[in-house]
Design a protein around this ligand. Structure first.
Ligand code: NAD
Length: 369
């Protein structure tokens, strides 16, 4: 599918508009603003797949009772160093920071901690949680699954078995955090969503048809998409694929073990004798305080090594070696200045959701053709 021209929406206008939508949909003003802030954080870092494009789907989930406003975490199991917490189907943007803060508090007190989160709404860009831990001076590792969110075929198969299973590892340095954050699917599902709205196409082979043919067509995942605003992966007959052949497939499998089985939030697969009516993110997070390992120079050593890696000669003329998190940092600087690029279909879908809640969308510049 060809890429359509975009419109650039100033960050403040978009942030306020999206916050208003969630408030009108039933969230308290503060929660609406926080959901909007994290969605914008994804757009600012260049991950439009996890940005405001999610607004219509989140509002639909709220209206259907699949996600609940105004929730807090409940501690299910706890020791000084670890905990399992339940998100009570709250918004991921409300629940995840509270689970992360619990992990931070425990790691600060004990040198390390492990916190498993289950039954929460979509927690968006996992890099936000690595950044939150790094801001507290902690290394963190996050393994994520989507209970009930089967979308991805295992290596060698065509049937959906895994969720998109992102992994994030963040380290603090004095010059800012270094954040690795990616889905173990070849692309995040939201990138297929963006492509289905006329945004950047996904690479060939990101999706697989039931007969094993590789494709980049979003209809493999969503079925017919013409004339509809909310995409439904239940309508497609194909699957997404993991990155890195058997290696990505193995990592996805282990995310399901850690974030689904260990947290008891459930895996992406079917529940025995039942039918899932909604999806939930699970996340197993490990927090490490470098000083408690005697690594007093950790932050300096990490930065020195990053500089050494970056100093590699580029493979191509004009090329450059980037370290994890660098593309996101650059996007943030650029988009804060220039605004968030949105496909007309994405903007139309957000505006349709707003109008349905009695709001009048702001005027934005016409697309750059
Ligand atoms: P991606 O393929 O864009 O990879 C991003 C990672 O690769 C980042 O760490 C980035 O810094 C690094 N990177 C990118 N280009 C680089 C380069 N040229 N050199 C060095 N490093 C580079 O990300 P993705 O897999 O499309 O995932 C997008 C987002 O989707 C992530 O934020 C992820 O957390 C999120 N996600 C969330 C869920 C969920 O259930 N909540 C599920 C899947 C994905």
């Amino acid at each position: 599918m060809a890429e359509l021209p975009t419109t650039s929406v100033p960050v403040d206008i978009l942030r306020g508009f999206v916050a208003d939508i969630f408030t009108a949909a039933g969230c308290a003003r503060e929660e609406g603003a926080q959901i909007s802030r994290y969605l914008l954080s994804a757009n600012l870092t260049g991950h439009d797949s996890h940005g405001v494009i999610r607004t219509p789907r989140y509002v639909q989930w709220l209206q259907e009772g699949k996600v609940v406003a105004g929730q807090d975490i409940t501690i299910v199991h706890e020791t000084p160093t670890h905990a399992i917490v339940d998100g009570n189907w709250g918004f991921g943007q409300t629940i995840a920071p509270r689970a992360v803060d619990l992990g931070i508090a425990k790691a600060r007190a004990n040198g390390l901690s492990v916190v498993g989160l289950r039954r929460t709404g979509h927690i968006g860009r996992i890099g936000d949680w690595g950044e939150r831990a790094a801001a507290a001076g902690l290394i963190s590792l996050h393994f994520v699954n989507v209970a009930g969110g089967e979308l991805v075929a295992p290596f060698g198969g065509v049937d959906r078995r895994f969720s998109t299973n992102p992994i994030c590892i963040g380290v603090p340095t004095k010059q800012g955090p270094i954040i690795l954050d990616f889905a173990t699917s070849l692309v995040a599902e939201g990138k297929v969503l963006v492509a289905s709205n006329g945004g950047k196409p996904v690479p060939h082979g990101a999706l697989i048809e039931p007969d094993g043919r590789l494709t980049a067509d979003p209809r493999t995942l969503y079925g017919p998409i013409e004339g509809t605003h909310v995409r439904d992966s239940a309508q497609g007959t194909g699957a997404m694929r993991t990155f890195g052949e058997h290696k990505g497939s193995g990592l996805a499998f282990m995310c399901e073990m850690l974030a689904g089985c260990l947290t008891e939030g459930g895996t992406s697969g079917p529940i025995p004798g039942g039918k899932r009516t909604r999806i939930a993110n699970g996340m197993l997070s490990i927090y490490l305080a470098p000083g408690s390992f005697g690594a007093a120079r950790f932050e300096d050593a990490a930065r020195e090594y990053a500089d050494y890696v970056k100093a590699s000669r580029p493979a191509g003329t004009g090329g450059e070696v980037l370290i994890p998190g660098e593309p996101e940092n650059r996007n943030r600087v650029e988009r804060l200045a220039k605004g968030i690029p949105l496909q007309p279909e994405t903007w139309a879908a957000i505006c349709a959701t707003a109008r349905g809640l009695g709001l009048t969308p702001p005027t934005v510049p016409t697309p750059n053709v």
